[in-house]
Design a protein around this ligand. Structure first.
Ligand code: CA
Length: 409
């Protein structure tokens, strides 16, 4: 008897869910016609293409971060439960080795195309290949979802509707051009498309038809993919002839609290402070009088770098120090046969983002710029911690640890 009751309750819940999804699908169709269509028309999208794009498109219910109409956004996961992940986890040596081996083969195979790309965009092939590897495993990672369906679902009911509405309109502009059938616009569950993982707005701005077949095909064409990545970097300010950066050794007597793109100085001045390449080789002659920036992503607990402005161009592709370092290291392995960073990422005790955020607020109140109390130790937070430690007469580590977080109050 109890089992039967449970069964009835479960069926009832399913029916209620189905009914509400049906209603939501109807609201979605009304939103397409009433709100999206006028905006698409203003962008020059024809009714024919608009209807073609949405023929048979239903909401994709298995995407993350959905907020169906009439429901509340999921409460942000309490920061007190969220753990800050140490940088070491990002650099899986087995993955990097495998990607470097495959990347080297592909760099040879596509050497003539990469040479043309560097001549036109100023971006070296090793960097382009490394991003291709990181973004889509050199085109092997599937792009399983129709972008229109993903973007429409997120534009209609997600926590970031405005952003996804813009990207959906950009996708419709791509379809309007007639080069690409709506069903061929495939991407990730976040709407990033094809082998370079471009959002539609990036496709419109940066995609290149490098094999000159009349189609900017970032899904199937390797030359188009590689040139599109290079064009993206060039458009974000890649400086031809410069590398991304160099692993360095920062002596104990040199402050680690000098990080950041806003504290650039000629590399010669870093050397004058006592900072050198960890390899023992000198900085190249063509770099020594040009700007470099200190980068210590794990403070004194991990590798240190002098990076060039090109490092921040890599971050324009994906706004993460660790992403840019991964790509830079992979590029070096592909071109120079180099290995992992020399200095180890020393293991760190687990920290809660809420504790880091609390220390950030204390530092802010004391006049430090931590770049916002978000619980993540970016370069502004790291150098503020270093400055706080120096002022307190401690050995600066330029990185939070559980004991220090208790002391900053
Ligand atoms: Ca093409």
């Amino acid at each position: 008897m109890p089992a039967a009751i449970v069964l009835i309750v479960a069926i009832g819940a399913d029916l209620a869910l189905a009914a509400s999804r049906g209603e939501t699908e109807a609201q979605f169709r009304a939103w397409l016609a009433g709100e999206l269509w006028p905006r698409a028309r203003d962008r020059g999208v024809s009714a024919r293409r608009f209807n073609q794009a949405f023929a048979g498109v239903r909401l994709q219910w298995d995407l993350p971060d959905l907020v169906p109409p009439g429901t509340q956004p999921p409460a942000k996961r309490a920061q007190s439960q969220a753990e800050f992940r140490a940088p070491a986890a990002y650099f899986n040596e087995a993955n990097l080795r495998a990607q470097a081996a495959r990347g080297s083969q592909l760099a040879q195979r596509w050497a003539p195309v990469l040479g043309e790309i560097e001549a036109r965009f100023g971006v070296p092939g090793r960097v382009v290949i490394a991003i291709w590897g990181r973004e889509s495993a050199f085109g092997r990672a599937p792009s399983p979802h129709p972008a229109v369906r993903v973007l429409a679902t997120k534009a209609f009911m997600s926590t970031r509707k405005a952003l996804f509405t813009e990207e959906l309109l950009a996708a419709l502009e791509i379809i309007e051009r007639g080069e690409t059938a709506p069903a061929a616009l495939k991407g990730s569950w976040a709407g990033a498309m094809g082998q370079p993982q471009f959002l539609p707005s990036s496709y419109l701005r940066y995609a290149v038809d490098f094999d000159r077949d009349g189609v900017k095909d970032i899904w199937n064409s390797v030359p188009d993919t590689l040139a599109s990545i290079a064009n993206y970097l060039a458009s974000h300010g890649w400086q031809a002839g410069r590398d991304w950066g160099y692993e360095a050794r920062i002596p104990q007597h040199v402050s680690c609290a000098q990080e950041g793109p806003d504290r650039a100085r000629p590399i010669r001045q870093w050397v004058a402070q006592g900072i050198n390449r960890i390899s023992g080789r000198p900085f190249p002659d063509h770099e020594i009088d040009r700007d470099g920036m200190m980068l210590v992503p794990a403070g004194r607990h991990g590798p240190a770098f002098v990076v060039t402005p090109n490092f921040y161009v890599l971050k324009a592709y994906n706004n993460s120090d660790l992403y840019a370092l991964y790509v830079g290291n992979l590029a070096d392995r592909i071109a120079y046969g180099s290995a992992a960073f020399v200095a180890p990422w020393r293991p760190q005790a687990a920290m809660l983002r809420s504790d880091i955020a609390r220390a950030q607020r204390v530092l802010e109140a004391a006049g430090h710029d931590v770049g916002g109390a978000d619980g993540l130790p970016g370069y502004k937070t790291r150098r503020s911690i270093g400055a706080w430690q120096e002022a307190a007469g401690r050995d600066p580590t330029c990185f939070p640890d559980p004991a220090l977080l208790k002391d900053i109050r």
